[in-house]
Structure formats: C-alpha cells, structure tokens
Design a protein around this ligand. Structure first.
Ligand SMILES: Nc1ncnc2c1ncn2[C@@H]1O[C@H](COP(=O)(O)OP(=O)(O)OC[C@H]2O[C@@H]([n+]3cccc(C(=O)O)c3)[C@H](O)[C@@H]2O)[C@@H](O)[C@H]1O
Ligand SMILES: Nc1ncnc2c1ncn2[C@@H]1O[C@H](COP(=O)(O)OP(=O)(O)OP(=O)(O)O)[C@@H](O)[C@H]1O
Ligand SMILES: [Mg+2]
Length: 272
C-alpha cells in the first residue's frame, strides 16, 4: 500500500461525501456518546473560523435533539479571545449561526502573560512567539476543561483529516479534547457541511487561521504550512498531486505521528 493509501485509511477519509448524511451521522455520534457516558452535553471554543462554527452547530443540534428525546443536555459555546481579536465580527456571526444554549467569554490574555512571565523568570529569557502561541492554544484547552468539569460536559475538539495529516495543531492544546466530531473530513468537505446547514457564506469561505502569533496576527494556515488546503484535500481524497508537495505532506505526516498516538510507552512499537 502506498503512503497515500495508508494515510487515507488511517484518517478515515472518504473520497466523496453526502453532506446531509454526514451531518446526520455526526450528530447521532455526538448524541450516542453523550448518552453512553451519562454526561450533560458539550463545551467548545468558538473562534469565528470554519471548524468551530461547524462543530459548534453540530453540537447544538445534538443537544436540542437529546432534550426533545427527554435527555437533559446543554451546549456551552466559549469565546476565548487573546486580548482583542481582529476578526471578532466573524466570531459574533458564528455564535449567531450556532445559537448555542449558553455563550461564555474567557479572555486568555492575562493568564497567558502571567504564565509567560513566570517561565521567563525561570529560564532566564523571553519565550519565543511560536511557543507562546502554543501556550495560548493550551490555555484555551484548560479553560474548556474547567468549564467541562464544572458542568459535567465533554470537551469537543475540531481536528479533522486536513489538520491531522500534517499534525497542524498544538499537542494537548487544540489537540486536547474528549470527542472529535469532524474527524475524517477534509477542509472542503467541512465547508460542504456548513453550506448544507445554511451557514453564512462568509464563515465557510473565510481564510483558515490558527491566529496564535503576536507578531503575525491572522496569519493564514496555508502561509505557515507552505501547503494549500486544496492540495491537502486532493491528496486525502486519493488524487495525484505535484510530487514535491506530496513529499512535503508525507514528511510532515511521518514526523507528526507522535501527535496521533498516546504518549509513547515502553511496550509501544509504532515509533521504531
Ligand atoms: N517525535 C516526538 N515524539 C514525542 N513527542 C514529540 C516528538 N517530537 C516533538 N514532540 C513533542 O511535541 C512538541 C511539539 O508539538 P507542539 O507543541 O504541538 O508544537 P509544534 O507542532 O511545533 O507547533 C504546533 C503547530 O501547529 C499549528 N497550530 C497550532 C494550534 C492551532 C492551529 C490551527 O490550525 O488552528 C495550528 C501551529 O501554528 C504550529 O505550526 C515538542 O515540544 C515535544 O514536546
Ligand atoms: N480565539 C478563539 N476563541 C475561541 N476558540 C478558539 C480561538 N482560537 C482557536 N480556538 C479553538 O481552537 C480550535 C482550533 O483552531 P482552528 O484555527 O484550527 O479552527 P477554527 O478557527 O475553528 O477554523 P479555521 O481552521 O478555519 O480557522 C478552534 O476550532 C476553536 O475551538
Ligand atoms: Mg482558526
């Protein structure tokens, strides 16, 4: 089997999807896991980007159906800006589309700055903007788990195949979650689902950004990665792409295997 075929299999990517069917299955999955774990719903950070808009709407649909079936469940949407977020208007539009049971706001700037200051005092220099960016993602994870703990809700992660393939997320940051309803989807398949759900165009045509750096606010994922989502999606759906781009995706896939596994243990073989 080629590496491409192995990746497609490991990440459960389908070459084509039926949007309606995917929505139904993913909402059913959220409902079934919530019931099985006897938890009280879900919590998710809403950034104003495509992935959290989609996962948030699926979560809201799931809890509404659960309640209609007599199971008490709630969805908590959390805004987690670092100071003032440049695309705050998109986040507001995402919240209006999701219509979450509860919307909360926790600004992560103060705790991240306090944390960075303590690290500086300890190691003797200012941490890099890159590492501080990962600390922002991890602070968001901590807030979501705090809210999840207080409300007996599960933390949703927005990881999907076009991120998983390159490990383009912060380990134990946005990669830290209990349930990942978008798993297996490419970026454009996620867009199809949002379209089917009636989301405003602006939210699914928006340029994807991790928006983690002080020095480069709103930097596009594609600029940081040096690979386009269109190439990632083409690769994931089994198409043949430029050989250099394919090599770069596969190199990143192999290098980021540790992020798709549990912490490596003495009995593990996958890394050998
Ligand atoms: N082989 C290995 N086996 C086990 N562990 C290994 C390892 N190599 C590194 N590590 C560990 O992993 C750490 C590096 O991983 P990590 O901390 O995640 O950091 P890293 O992968 O270097 O950076 C995260 C990347 O994801 C991007 N990101 C983050 C968050 C959100 C989004 C978004 O799209 O919204 C994108 C971000 O822009 C950046 O490019 C190392 O410091 C080390 O602790
Ligand atoms: N400013 C923020 N406020 C709340 N949650 C955030 C914020 N930034 C990131 N997150 C959380 O981290 C997740 C990962 O970010 P990521 O950028 O991959 O997704 P997105 O912003 O939803 O979509 P896109 O990839 O299109 O930008 C988000 O889905 C969201 O749950
Ligand atoms: Mg984003």
């Amino acid at each position: 089997m080629s590496i491409q075929q192995q990746v497609i299999k490991a990440l459960h990517v389908k070459p084509t999807i039926q949007a309606k069917e995917e929505i139904r299955q993913r909402v059913d999955f959220l409902k079934a896991y919530c019931r099985k774990t006897r938890t009280k719903g879900f919590v998710l950070g809403i950034s104003g980007g495509q992935d959290s808009t989609l996962a948030g709407r699926l979560a809201q649909l799931a809890v509404e159906e659960l309640r209609a079936e007599g199971y008490e469940a709630t969805f908590y949407a959390v805004r987690l800006p670092y100071g003032t977020q440049q695309d705050e208007a998109d986040a507001a539009e995402a919240l209006a589309f999701i219509r979450a049971d509860h919307s909360l706001v926790v600004n992560i700037q103060e705790p991240v700055l306090a944390f960075a200051e303590q690290v500086k005092e300890s190691i003797g220099h200012v941490m890099s903007d890159f590492n501080k960016g990962n600390a922002k993602a991890r602070m968001r994870m901590m807030v979501q788990y705090a809210i999840g703990g207080e409300t007996s809700c599960l933390v949703i992660g927005t990881d999907h195949a076009a991120e998983a393939v390159t490990g383009f997320y912060t380990k134990f940051g946005d990669g830290g979650a209990d349930i990942v309803p978008l798993a297996g989807l490419t970026k454009s398949q996620g867009r199809e689902l949002l379209q089917e759900l009636g989301a405003p165009e602006r939210l699914y045509l928006k340029v994807p950004t991790a928006d983690l750096l002080d020095d480069k606010p709103q930097q596009s994922d594609e600029a940081e990665l040096g690979i386009t989502y269109s190439d990632l999606d083409a690769y994931l759906t089994g198409q043949s792409i430029d050989a250099g781009t394919q090599a770069s995706i596969e190199e990143r896939y192999l290098r980021s295997e540790h992020k798709r596994q549990m912490p490596v243990a003495p009995y593990d073989e996958w890394w050998k």
